[in-house]
Design a protein around this ligand. Sequence first.
Ligand SMILES: Cc1cc2nc3c(=O)[nH]c(=O)nc-3n(C[C@H](O)[C@H](O)[C@H](O)COP(=O)(O)O)c2cc1C
Length: 257
Amino acid sequence: MPDSQQIPSNDVIDTLLNRVSVRKYSGEPVSEAMVETILKTAFRAPTSSNIQSYSVVVVRDAEKRKALAAACGGQRHVAEAPVFLAFCADLTRIEDALVRNGHSIDSNNLETGLVSAIDAALVGMSAYLVADSLGIKGVMIGGARNKPVEVARILGLPQRVFCVFGMCLGWPAEAPAQKPRMDYDGLVHFEEYGKSRTGADAKRIVDDYDVALAKHYRGQGRQTTDASWSDDMDKKFHPWLRDDLRERLKELGFDFR
Ligand SMILES: Cc1cc2nc3c(=O)[nH]c(=O)nc-3n(C[C@H](O)[C@H](O)[C@H](O)COP(=O)(O)O)c2cc1C
């Protein structure tokens, strides 16, 4: 990565370069006007073929956040954040359009599911950046896919809607150190995969990152192994994470076939 003097500066670049997940919030509420600004701005995100196949559920109710926290794997920050936004893939409006034309969305396919989840993610990331630029910090919650049917029940989601991920938002009560990222030269290829600027091989990128992340965690007083990231990934994905997701999403009206 070029050194920071070479990166031009503006508000968007600064917001992204300084961003970090925040999981502790002051008690100060986030106003409805702020949430509306965040979401209205985020809805300007690009959307595949203009399908706009997302919906957002804004949750402030403490009991509901507590139930969501449990469904998301016991994540305390979900119960503690003043606002939880559920970014949902939503095929209901497309279903209406198809039915109006004498067609059905029953047995929808992988592309439908993928494209609606991508749409929801683009809106979610846009919302996150707008919030951050206003000083409202937070964290995304993929734990919403731990028990997607339970999350759908809590949020009153109809068939053809599932929560792709949630987002805790609030005024920050912590300023965590930024987690390092993998080296630019391991992630960027020129003209074809494997041709990086420095010729650095993938194994070295991961080895270097294991060391950098272990150093970061130790600086935070957190336990880690020397192969920090590699061991984290192995723990996360072996055995396979959310291996029943396809069946659960089918219950919610997404076939992913
Ligand atoms: C789609 C998505 C889902 C995430 N899910 C969770 C989650 O359930 N709980 C949590 O505490 N953090 C969650 N995170 C935050 C990541 O752990 C965090 O972004 C990552 O560790 C890098 O740290 P940073 O955001 O501070 O740079 C999620 C992030 C993304 C993008």
